[in-house]
Design a protein around this ligand. Structure first.
Ligand code: SF4
Ligand code: ZN
Ligand code: ZN
Length: 314
């Protein structure tokens, strides 16, 4: 069998075929292409300033550890920029502890300061306790992930602010973004798409701007990046993971991508074209401070306080 040569360097053996571009890449050109794509995404959406302090949300999974690795490399070229990693410990027994250990190891190796914030210290309860209370109070119309997502977003903002970060980077991939787009449509809430920008534009002195430098990188490629760079990550699923509809959408998009390479990009780019128009249809709500906790919110009390109050945990 003849050896296939990388079509970028035209020297080394190719080991990865990128169906949506037709490229056959060697390991080196593949990892280089990920860094270049992330640089291009950052530039395209004006995600960063040359002297930003960036907090990276690191869960310990493949996407966030790959993002940490890529941004640590890119940051070397920006002496005035700085990086810090933030992990949120939701308090999920037998799951998050191991992931945080892996995140800590990687941060140490890369020389990036690592800050851990737990639900327990911030809210007084772990996610395990919230899930138990949710059952007891029979508030089962919301999934465990619905609570966790809201509480984690707030925790991340607080942690990034404490670390004096200008931006908080999350490792949402092209797959996450396209799944969320379709989920919003299938849930009958398409206007939510306006808020899921690669660079958020809500302005409040207590709100750290969020960026998604991996929004144009397929998940398959973040996994491959982690594999090539020998990054140890947690791949065990969370015991509460239950988003049945997201899983169906994931399968559907993967099947479409397999049959019609580039489908995920097409979905993402189509939405990027109409996102400003969707944004104009949404009434821009003023951000104020929650009367209970003082964090930014559009209502009188923030979503976190509302959820905890309903569970009689506030
Ligand atoms: Fe939280 Fe759900 Fe993710 Fe588990 S799967 S960490 S409960 S959002
Ligand atoms: Zn090559
Ligand atoms: Zn609040």
């Amino acid at each position: 069998m003849s050896t296939v040569i990388c079509n970028i360097c035209e020297r080394r053996e190719a080991f990865f075929f990128r169906p949506y571009s037709g490229d056959k890449l060697c390991r080196k050109c593949f990892t280089m292409s990920i860094k270049n794509k992330v640089r291009a995404t950052i530039a395209k959406y004006n995600m960063l300033e040359y002297d930003d302090r960036i907090a990276i949300a690191v869960s310990g999974g493949k996407d966030s550890l790959s993002l940490l690795h890529v941004l640590a490399r890119i940051e070397r070229n920006f002496p005035k920029a700085s990086l810090v990693a933030v992990s949120i410990d939701e308090g999920i027994t037998g799951y998050r502890d191991e992931a945080i250990k892996m995140a800590a190891e990687k941060c140490k190796e890369l020389g990036v300061a690592h800050h851990i914030v737990s639900f327990k210290e911030l809210y007084g309860y772990t996610q395990d306790e919230i899930v138990t209370r949710r059952k007891r109070e029979e508030k089962t119309e919301l999934t465990p992930c619905a609570y966790c997502g809201v509480l984690r977003r707030k925790a991340l903002n607080i942690a990034a602010r404490e670390m004096k970060a200008d931006k908080v980077a999350t490792a949402h991939t092209l797959d996450d973004e396209t799944q969320t787009i379709l989920l919003n449509i299938l849930h009958g809430d398409p206007l939510r798409i306006a808020r899921q920008k690669p660079l958020t534009d809500d302005v409040h002195p207590k709100l750290v701007q969020r960026i998604k430098p991996f929004c144009e990188i397929p998940e398959r490629e973040t996994a491959l990046y982690a594999y090539i760079k020998k990054i140890r990550f947690q791949d065990m699923p969370c015991p509460y993971a239950s988003e049945a509809m997201r899983n169906d959408i994931r399968l559907f998009l993967n099947r479409m991508e397999h049959k019609h390479a580039g489908t995920k990009f097409t979905v993402f780019k189509s939405i990027e074209k109409i996102r400003p128009a969707i944004g104009r249809m949404v009434r821009k709500e003023e951000l104020t401070e929650c009367v209970k906790c003082g964090e930014p919110t559009t209502g009188e009390i923030c979503k976190t306080c509302e959820m905890l109050q309903q569970l009689k945990m506030l």
